[in-house]
Design a protein around this ligand. Structure first.
Ligand code: MG
Ligand code: ZN
Length: 212
């Protein structure tokens, strides 16, 4: 049953991927625990990115429109997907959301997954890159506790580095744990609140956009 669900999802994810590639759309799947700062990071990134490319957003949450309203305030196209009791987005939800909104050719599509480090790792959405976010208010052993997520990710962002002086979080140890699980990970450290480190991540992403 579980295998069947994942197989169906993979088929549809490949269709999404083909659609994105044909239209030069770079789709990013943002993954984290609740409260790691996915929406705050998007709020910081979008004003910087929209100067170079159109940006659109799919917001996944079990309930509420709150995150979509925060993105809507920036003036970019956004669709909220409420999963109800579901704890992850799947490829069919992305397929429907993309039909609902106008995702421009040559654009960046940011997908904010439901806050959960477990099953979203198993559901391919057709994205080009999985971006996992961990924050300094969590445990620095998260990569070891949720290895599947960190193994599947392409990019890992350590957020809330402005809080490092006040929390018992060892950034070097966290990075080491993450790299032990996946030595191909691109690693960034930043604060969506203060903007520190955001530029390095934006430079990397802009270079990636040029390759699409
Ligand atoms: Mg959010
Ligand atoms: Zn789930």
């Amino acid at each position: 049953m579980e295998q069947d669900v994942l197989m169906q999802n993979n088929l549809l994810a490949e269709r999404n991927r083909g659609y994105f590639e044909a239209r030069g759309i770079l789709a990013l799947n943002f993954l984290s625990s609740p409260g790691s700062g996915k929406t705050s990071l998007l709020e910081k990134m979008i004003p910087l990115l929209r100067e170079v490319r159109p940006v659109s957003v799919i917001e996944g949450d079990q309930q509420t429109m709150q995150d979509a309203e925060r993105i809507d305030a920036l003036g970019v196209p956004v669709v909220q997907v409420n999963t109800g009791t579901g704890c992850h987005l799947d490829a069919a939800m992305i397929n429907r959301a993309v039909r609902e909104m106008d995702v421009a050719s040559g654009s960046l599509l940011c997908i904010e997954n439901v806050g959960n480090l477990v099953c979203p790792a198993l559901f391919d959405l057709g994205e080009a890159l999985k971006v996992v976010i961990i924050s300094t208010t969590e445990g620095d052993d998260k990569p070891l506790k949720y290895p599947t997520m960190f193994h599947e990710a392409d990019v890992c962002i350590l957020n809330k580095i402005d809080l490092l002086p006040y929390v018992p979080f060892d950034a070097a140890a966290c990075r080491e744990h993450a790299m032990r699980v996946n030595h191909h990970l691109e690693w960034f450290e930043l604060s969506a609140a203060t903007g520190e480190g955001v530029e390095e991540w934006m430079e990397w992403l802009k270079r990636r956009l040029e390759q699409v």
